[in-house]
Design a protein around this ligand. Sequence first.
Ligand code: ZN
Length: 116
Amino acid sequence: MHEFSLMASVLSTAEDRAQEANAIKITNISLTIGRLTEVMPDALQFAHQVLTEGTIAEGSTLKMTIIEPRSRCLVCGLEYEHDRYHRTCPACQALACELLQGHELFIDSIEVENAD
Ligand SMILES: [Zn+2]
């Protein structure tokens, strides 16, 4: 389960940050995920629910921003969005393109609650 190991490492980072901030609770975790990582948002949401049980992140929300793949054609310079399988330039049909985005996978922000 790719999503479970991914979520486990996200949560471990989030808990480290929360501890550094003397937080008692994690209330939200925001992630940015490129479509080409093939991470399934539903599976990640489920992993989050299961793995946060009994931790300081229990009851927190998980926000995900999905980044669609985007490339630049090396022949005509056009920038375009595409899916995993169709990377041909829509303007000149060239196959030579440079991927600009779509492989992102990082934590945007972690929201915590402090003890007063
Ligand atoms: Zn082109």
